[in-house]
Write a protein that binds this ligand. Structure first.
Ligand code: FCB
Length: 453
């Protein structure tokens, strides 16, 4: 496996990613409305420990301090998301200017520190009022998303040059609408399929709205993708792996880059057919400027009686999420995306690992497994760059430990440790590794060795 020291273009962007509900807190401030995640977190039994994003990392108030940390890291770009219920507290109608003001301040702070803002419009926090009106299974939510996009881009489009419409539509559609493990907690396969279609459709419509308001903007979407391997070369395992690839990867890649749902997933196609109206596939497949790739692991698939089954090979190393550490899967994924879908540009919009970090008696957080994870995965990105994939940047998930959805605060993904009782930030060893790595890329003199505390 190549190390992180491979070659990257000089203008390659090194970033870190976050999402509104996971870090902001201030859930009731400045007119913010209720989101589906507020409602879901308040429902007993849904989130581990009954945690919620009510306070989270208090990024809403502490962002100037966090931007200073980003600057210390030498970040070229910061990916954050906008909380829709801050802008439209009741889903539609009146725009809440105080909500826009927050992102206005954040964007200015980033730019003043030389950090390029990458704004995600939807990272799963739908206004509860829209959910009550039918939510993403209803086509009207796609139209509401365009109104929201127009309000946000109208305010920030003069300074934000990179827009991500949606984050991981597969996760939001299936985990949130079929498995019931994420907000809004629905448990219907048909709702999931309709949601996926309306997310894709609203991506296409929003991309057009962004370009109208800000013609020079770069527009993309962040998909969760995992390279899929059959557990053996038995034809049943290969067929099972192809099916998982279709349901997770091609279900989104094909409509966006080819204008059609995958032909082999007949049962899903039948389910989605009633929601597909004339012109939808053209809207979804309008050219984008970049593909955002969120990737953490690979899929290893075996055929079981109940259908395809995901397995972790017995010798595999896993993170605190139980996700296999397999950097070469990222290299293969990126090369495949480039070969088969020819995106004009790719950003790795999320990659990282959770481990059970603790603060030592000396105050330091030693996280060698995370540093090793980042180093080997950046090495895989470098190998894909060398193979010709048009990769323009890499964002570590995440800058800060944060609210990890149904896992609450129990999983720590940050390169900065957050001490939740005091909200103190403690850069982990991986933070200093990333800082030194970025500095070396820039050809700057190597900064001082790892500081403590
Ligand atoms: C992704 C999400 C992100 C974070 C990471 C660990 O699925 O986009 O918000 O939770 O996983």
């Amino acid at each position: 496996m190549p190390t992180a020291n491979g070659s990257f273009p000089q203008d390659f962007l090194w970033g870190a990613a976050t999402a509104s509900y996971q870090i902001e807190g201030a859930a009731r401030e400045d007119g913010r409305g209720e989101s589906v995640w507020d409602r879901f977190s308040a429902t007993p039994g849904k989130v581990r420990n009954a945690d919620s994003g009510e306070i989270a990392c208090d990024f809403y108030h502490r962002y100037p301090q966090d931007v200073r940390l980003m600057r210390e890291l030498g970040l070229g770009a910061f990916r954050f998301s906008i909380a829709w219920p801050r802008i439209f507290p009741t889903g539609r109608g009146r725009v809440n200017q105080a909500g826009l003001d927050f992102y206005d301040r954040l964007v200015d702070e980033l730019l003043a520190n030389g950090i390029e803002p990458f704004a995600t419009l939807f990272h799963w926090d739908t206004p509860q009022a829209l959910e009550d009106d039918g939510g993403w299974p209803a086509r009207s939510t796609a139209a509401a998303f365009v109104e929201y996009t127009e309000a946000v881009v109208g305010r920030l489009g003069d300074r934000v040059r990179h827009w991500i419409t949606h984050n991981e539509p597969w996760v939001h559609a299936w985990i949130g609408h079929s498995w019931g493990k994420h907000a809004p907690g629905r448990t219907s396969e048909s709702d999931a399929v309709a949601t996926a279609h309306h997310l894709l459709l609203s991506h296409g419509w929003a991309a057009e709205a962004i370009r109208r308001a800000s013609p020079d903007a770069q527009v993309g979407i962040a998909l969760n993708l995992a390279h899929t391997y059959p557990a053996s070369d038995a034809p049943e395992d290969e067929a099972a792996a192809w099916r998982v690839d279709g349901a997770g990867n091609r279900w989104f890649l094909d409509p966006i880059f080819r204008g059609s749902y995958p032909a082999d997933l007949l049962d899903r196609r039948e389910l989605v057919a009633p929601f597909v109206l004339e012109g939808d596939m053209e809207a979804i497949s309008a050219p984008i400027d970049f593909l955002g790739v969120n990737s953490y692991f690979r899929f290893v698939v075996t055929a079981a009686d109940e259908g395809p089954k995901l397995v972790n090979p017995p010798e595999s190393k896993v993170t605190d999420m139980g996700w296999e550490v397999y950097p070469d899967g990222l290299r293969r994924l990126l090369v495949r995306l480039s070969d088969e879908y020819s995106p004009p540009a790719i950003y790795i919009t999320e990659n990282g690992a959770a481990f059970g970090d603790v603060r030592g008696h000396d105050g330091r957080v030693r996280d060698p497994e995370r540093t090793a994870y980042l180093e080997s995965h950046i090495g895989a990105v470098s190998a894909a760059v060398t193979a010709g994939a048009p990769i323009r940047g890499y964002f570590v998930w995440s800058l800060l430990d944060n609210f990890e959805w149904a896992e609450g605060y129990s999983k720590r993904f940050g390169i900065v440790y957050v001490d939740y009782p005091t909200l103190e930030r403690v850069p982990k060893d991986s933070f200093y590794w990333y800082r030194d790595f970025i500095a070396t890329r820039r050809g700057a003199p190597k900064p001082s060795p790892i500081a403590t505390g």
